[in-house]
Design a binder for this molecule. Structure first.
Ligand SMILES: Cc1cc2nc3c(=O)[nH]c(=O)nc-3n(C[C@H](O)[C@H](O)[C@H](O)COP(=O)(O)O)c2cc1C
Length: 310
């Protein structure tokens, strides 16, 4: 007589109900544990494993790659869920680059001259209401639009406000938020750090300056059919455009104040009818300085503190 006939069959005969019940219990316990693991990671088990095993550049659509770039917030991780047509045709024409080579002395002279011009740039907080022609503002923004951008997506919108009523509304929004920023949100360290600069929540320049230029980054593009197009490095691209804009303002003999009013973005976006893919990065009053304008007597770091040569 075999072992199965001697022991297993009599056992199953007497205890088959317990055996079946145990199997069902183990099956459901396993199912429960699997579900629990999946929910806590919010990523299906098979996809989490796939993403882990791939290098970051080739990971899938689980918001693993931040396309916006440096220091991005969560909102910037919005991505095109479907593949859209490539930005450029495969047979995009490449044309000769026109370049006039300068003599080294001329390069030196120009670099000195540009440095002298830019070294005179200051953040000015007191503006006159002298008008600035619209054509000048057009050229400043044209120049900002020459900035490089990730895959040439040009992920920016510049809103130029010359209308006095809208400027008043902008000022009301900014002052209301800045009062809360200074009294509650910023904290004593930040407020103390700003004391020497004499900045307050009162922003007269917002109604005095001839123009206000608001720089928005577009966190993604919107195709005519509503699908999203990725805007790679939208943050740094728009910041570069902002830097070029500051240089253009200085070059035109105008002044500005680089400002980033905290917590005002959504309200200003609504006021200016911008869409939800546009996030305000900079708010720049642009115009002429008031005759009695002052600036804090700040010094800039010398070259050897900001440059390393290898
Ligand atoms: C990202 C950024 C945000 C800034 N935000 C403000 C601001 O909200 N209000 C303000 O009065 N100045 C602001 N500033 C201006 C700085 O205080 C100023 O650039 C700094 O004191 C150096 O002075 P300068 O621009 O005259 O060289 C900002 C500057 C930068 C670059």
């Amino acid at each position: 007589m075999g072992l199965a006939e001697q022991y297993l069959l009599p056992f199953l005969n007497n205890h088959w109900i317990e055996v079946v019940a145990s199997c069902i219990l183990i099956y459901f316990a396993n199912l429960f544990l699997e579900r629990k693991g999946t929910n806590s990671s919010k990523v299906p088990v098979n996809e989490a494993m796939t993403n882990k095993s791939l290098p970051s550049r080739s990971r899938g659509t689980q918001n693993v790659i931040k396309k916006g770039g440096v220091g991005d917030d969560d909102e910037e991780e919005e991505e095109a869920s479907n593949l859209v047509e490539p930005l450029w045709p495969d047979d995009l024409q490449h044309v000769p680059y026109p370049h006039i080579k300068l003599a080294p002395e001329e390069s030196l002279r120009r670099s000195n001259e540009f440095y002298e011009l830019m070294n005179k740039r200051r953040s000015v907080r007191f503006f006159s209401s002298d008008p600035v022609p619209r054509e000048v503002i057009d050229n400043l923004i044209r120049t900002a639009g020459t900035a490089p951008s990730g895959a040439h997506t040009e992920p920016w919108t510049f809103v130029a406000v010359g209308d006095q009523e809208i400027k008043k509304e902008i000022r009301a929004i900014v002052e209301a938020e800045e009062e809360i920023n200074y009294s509650k949100r910023m904290g004593s360290q930040w407020v103390n750090d700003l004391k020497g600069l004499r900045t307050t929540w009162v922003k007269e320049y917002l109604t005095e300056a001839a123009w206000i230029i608001l720089v928005f980054k577009q966190t993604y593009g919107i195709l005519p059919d509503g699908r999203k197009r990725n805007h790679y490095y939208h943050e740094i691209s728009t910041a570069l455009a902002g830097g070029i804009l500051l240089s253009a303002i200085q070059n035109a003999g105008l002044v500005t104040l680089t400002s980033t009013p905290l917590n005002c973005g959504p309200q200003l976006r609504t006021l200016l009818n911008r869409s939800s893919n546009e996030k305000m990065m900079l708010l720049l009053p642009v115009g002429y300085p008031r005759h009695d304008a002052t600036v804090p007597d700040l010094k800039r770091k010398p070259l050897d503190e900001i440059m390393a040569v290898v």
